[in-house]
Design a protein around this ligand. Structure first.
Ligand code: GLV
Ligand code: MN
Ligand code: MN
Length: 415
């Protein structure tokens, strides 16, 4: 078992987190806003680069901008640790960034302890999908779970600029994107630390969650096309109002997800949308509803996707509208590696700290690493389960405990 000075580690993690919450590292004073290829994102990668180079690590970027650092040669056997440091559009200090800061602390501890634990830190690009509307983009590129066509044309920023062009403009050799998978070469295992983003740990008074499985999800867009009419002059019976059909679908999504949850927890959210022409005195002609549907069982969320799309067809027809559904992406439910989970569980049991084994309802880059490398995750509690909000709060003491557990488990696994 590895004993560390947890208070010192907590201070260092706190310092990293607070520094990266400063004005140089976010484009908003209201929330953490840090998206791929922006100045504040580049500054954040440089912060990690400086810290890691100061420890003697070699630091590089993959062909699209995922940051990689190691104390052994690229491709040599090493244990992978990390997370992401881009933010949600309404982001807090901890989602993702806490995982990279904790991984950085593991690197510090490994250097201070000597003995040469081979490590590779990865900070994935664009986990949140804030810049290009596609979650887990950097890790999906690494795992070859996108097509070149998508990168060149359909994955675009809010101004319609393709990911491909943005990456090239930021100076990355995006035409070599397939080489991104080389970052996984030689990895003997992978652990990501993240805030829980729920309140189970807090409400059960646990300091650590050892993740056993991560829910899969579908993201897709339902579009409804009706007719724009004057909101005052058009009697109710004369309208083809796209927002009414969209509203019916939102309610039906709730019903379907609740129904599916009778068998296995399944969630459905319509959290994003656009209305055209988006004017108070015009009947909406077009509405787009972004759907997020998840479960740890693929059959369950796919069942909801199929049911909501056929409901949308029927509801649209009944009101004389056209509808179309287009999937943006699917990421599969993922079981964590039993050996890595067991090593983390042994490590936490040895500390006597309260923990629980649990699933993750939120998605993580680990889902894309796990099919290639034995992987697991650690959760630390976050206050009241709040995340994707500037009100996120988590304890650096818990993160320091996480760093200790990672180091213990890695030593155990590489021994
Ligand atoms: C990741 O941020 C997610 O929404 O699961
Ligand atoms: Mn995250
Ligand atoms: Mn997130």
């Amino acid at each position: 078992m590895t004993r560390i000075d947890r208070e010192r580690s907590a201070r260092r993690i706190e310092h990293d987190i607070e520094t990266l919450a400063g004005p140089a590292y976010t484009s908003s004073s209201e929330a953490i806003c840090r998206y791929a290829y922006t100045d504040v994102y580049e500054r954040t990668l440089r912060y990690f680069t400086d810290q890691l180079e100061g420890l003697g690590f070699r630091v590089w970027r993959d062909p699209v901008g995922t940051l990689v650092a190691s104390n052994v040669e690229p491709g040599a056997p090493a244990f992978g640790i990390g997370s992401h440091c881009d933010s949600n559009r309404n982001g807090g200090k901890y989602d993702g960034t806490l995982g990279v800061c904790t991984a950085l602390e593991v690197c510090r501890l490994a250097v201070e302890a000597g003995g040469g634990v081979p490590l590779r830190l990865i900070s994935f690009l664009e986990e949140e999908g804030s810049g290009f509307g596609q979650m887990l983009l950097g890790s999906r590129i690494m795992a070859q779970r996108v097509t070149e066509e998508e990168l060149r044309t359909s994955i675009v920023d809010e101004d319609g600029v393709p990911f491909w062009d943005s990456a090239a403009r930021a100076g990355y050799p995006v035409e070599r994107w397939r080489d991104s998978i080389r970052t996984l070469d030689g990895l003997t295992g992978w652990v990501e630390v993240h805030i829980e983003q729920g309140r189970v740990l807090q409400d059960t008074a646990r300091r650590i969650g050892v993740v056993q499985a991560i829910a899969g999800y579908v993201h897709g867009d339902l579009r409804f096309a009706g007719r724009a009419d004057h909101a005052g002059a058009t009697p109710m019976g004369y309208r083809n109002d796209a927002s009414v059909v969209a509203a019916e679908c939102v309610l039906e999504l709730e019903r379907l997800a609740e129904d599916a949850s009778r068998r296995v927890p399944t969630v459905g959210t319509a959290g994003e949308g656009t209305v055209v022409p988006n004017l108070i005195n015009v009947v909406p002609a077009e509405v787009r509803v972004g759907l997020d549907i998840r479960s740890v069982e693929r059959d369950s969320y796919r069942g909801v996707v199929d049911a909501i799309t056929s409901f949308a067809e029927t509801a649209a027809q009944r009101r004389g509208l056209r509808t179309e559904y287009r999937q943006r992406q699917e990421t599969l439910p993922t079981t964590m590696d039993a050996g890595v989970v067991a090593a983390l569980e042994r490590a936490v049991q040895a500390t006597g700290q309260p923990y629980r084994l649990m699933p993750s309802g939120a998605s993580h880059d680990t889902q894309l690493v796990a099919p290639h490398v034995p992987s697991a995750m650690l959760f630390v509690p976050c206050l009241d389960g709040v995340s994707h909000s500037p009100d996120e709060s988590a304890s650096s003491d818990d993160a320091a405990l996480g760093a200790e557990l990672m180091l213990t488990a890695i030593r155990d696994l590489v021994a």
